[in-house]
Design a protein around this ligand. Structure first.
Ligand SMILES: Nc1nc2c(ncn2[C@@H]2O[C@H](COP(=O)(O)OP(=O)(O)OP(=O)(O)O)[C@@H](O)[C@H]2O)c(=O)[nH]1
Ligand SMILES: [Mg+2]
Length: 241
């Protein structure tokens, strides 16, 4: 895998060209967004890990390339959103993020999914539910990632995804339990499971519509590839989908 910081956008006009799929990563302040990116990319200093919550309303773009021996490389942008949860009971996505980021989430063509981080110890809050509904209303699938799993006992590791799933209205099997500290649930290049596999599925190349097709397609040779490419309903089944 490769991962690079690309740019910070203070306004929509400053976003990069929509020339590859994007995944937005959101969650309450301190949930572990930056730590997850650093752990996922195995790069300590890639995203800033803060003890004092950052209040800047910026979209931070990182380019990621997942490598896989069979399905090949998949490049996408990981978009780190500002943490929310300062304002008591922010009831709308606009109150949580402001109009710029609301506009991005609602209208970005290349946005393939939202990764919603939930702190395993703190659980689901009103703002998280609000965000899942908002993305669902805009037809963007949400992948739920529970963070800081290293703080859980064995028993809690089973219980926490079930509780989160109940509160968000998704299947507990669709929740990825992760620890940036221990490296759990991140997946590995070339291995099944974890965040890497989920992201690879979300950013999989889409079948071109028939009349857009430029050249005759070769028959698929890799079963794995076919399964992933033909699987957008998998993502739609998720929370809010
Ligand atoms: N035990 C444990 N602590 C973690 C883990 N991930 C993050 N943390 C800690 O949680 C705190 C917040 O982490 P960040 O990655 O900065 O959280 P964030 O969501 O990016 O925060 P904002 O950018 O302020 O919204 C830091 O003190 C991290 O060290 C984890 O997997 N396990
Ligand atoms: Mg952060």
């Amino acid at each position: 895998m490769s991962a690079e910081f690309e740019l910070s956008a203070p306004e929509l006009r400053a976003c990069p060209a929509g020339d590859r799929p994007e995944i937005a990563v959101a969650g309450r302040s301190n949930v572990g967004k930056s730590s997850l990116l650093n752990a996922f990319a195995s790069r300590r200093g890639l995203a800033r890990v803060s003890r004092t919550p950052g209040r800047t309303r910026l979209l931070n773009f990182f380019t990621i390339t997942l490598r896989h021996p069979k399905r090949g490389d998949r490049s996408f942008r990981w978009v780190d959103l500002p943490g929310y949860g300062y304002a008591a009971a922010a009831r709308s996505v606009r109150q949580q993020f402001g109009p710029m980021i609301e506009g991005y989430l609602a209208g970005r063509d290349v946005l393939r999914g939202l990764v919603l981080l939930i702190d395993s110890r703190r659980g689901v809050r009103e703002e998280d539910v609000e965000l899942v509904h908002f993305m669902g209303a805009h037809g963007v699938p949400t992948l739920v990632v529970a963070t800081k799993a290293d703080k859980l006992s064995k028993g809690e590791r089973g219980l926490v995804p079930r509780t989160i799933a109940e509160q968000l209205g998704c299947h507990s099997g669709d929740i990825v339990l992760t620890s940036a500290l221990a490296g759990d649930g991140l997946g590995d290049d070339g291995r099944r499971g974890g965040l890497a596999a989920e992201l690879a599925a979300l950013v999989a190349p889409r079948e071109p519509a028939r009349d857009e097709e430029e050249s005759p397609r070769e028959p698929a040779r890799d079963d794995n590839e076919t399964a992933l490419a033909a699987e957008p309903p998998e993502a739609e089944r998720r929370a809010g989908g």
